[in-house]
Ligand binder design. Structure first.
Ligand SMILES: [Ca+2]
Ligand SMILES: [Ca+2]
Length: 191
């Protein structure tokens, strides 16, 4: 188990900030591998805080954070190996989706739903990245993210921020930030 990554817990702070103002209870996220090998995450109308972590040996886990459950449990072992993609629908509520060490030859795409959401990607490699943050004031955090294909992070309605941590995001093929009002961090961003 990669304790280095676990000890970082950078987005736990992000989650706590959001929880202070939350109105909804913690909900449940359904995590399942679809027949085509895509990891599918489905939140509910409550606050869903989930951390998907893949270790160097390929083991893939989903952890519920701050009361959120995954498939009714505090954490689930999804399996070993790289998913062919990651799709998510987080629905309403103040949601936080974190991915650490996740590798996929396919895309990472989905909808964070309305209200104030966070998407945090650390040490992630994927063929494409296309999240829709939708309504609310959303935050996207990236550190050591490499997207070799299409990369478009859409802030949606509201005041949305992308925060580049140390190594930000590297997306040499195509990179766009529609509806993203603020960029912080760097100097590394995309390049
Ligand atoms: Ca939700
Ligand atoms: Ca949102």
């Amino acid at each position: 188990m990669n304790t280095h990554d676990l000890n970082r817990q950078p987005t736990t702070r992000l989650g706590c900030e959001k929880l202070e103002a939350r109105e909804n209870p913690a909900g449940n996220v359904i995590a399942t591998i679809l027949p085509d090998g895509v990891l599918y995450l489905r939140g509910d109308a409550n606050n869903n805080l989930v951390s998907v972590q893949q270790y160097a040996n390929g083991d893939l886990f989903a952890y519920g954070v701050d009361g959120t459950t995954v498939n009714g449990q505090s954490m689930v072992y999804i399996g070993n190996g790289y998913p062919t993609g990651v799709a998510f629908v987080m629905d309403a509520g103040n949601d936080l989706l974190e991915m650490i060490g996740v590798r996929t030859s396919g895309g990472i795409w989905g909808q964070m739903g309305n209200e104030n959401d966070g998407l945090a990607l650390y040490n992630v490699m994927a063929g494409a990245l296309q999240p829709l943050m939708e309504g609310g004031d959303d935050i996207v955090v990236t550190d050591s993210v490499y997207i070799w294909g299409y990369c478009e992070i859409n802030g949606g309605a509201g005041f949305d921020t992308i925060d580049y941590r140390t190594y930000g995001i590297y997306a040499p093929s195509y990179f766009a930030l529609p509806n993203m009002e603020k960029q912080v961090g760097g100097p590394y961003g995309y390049y």
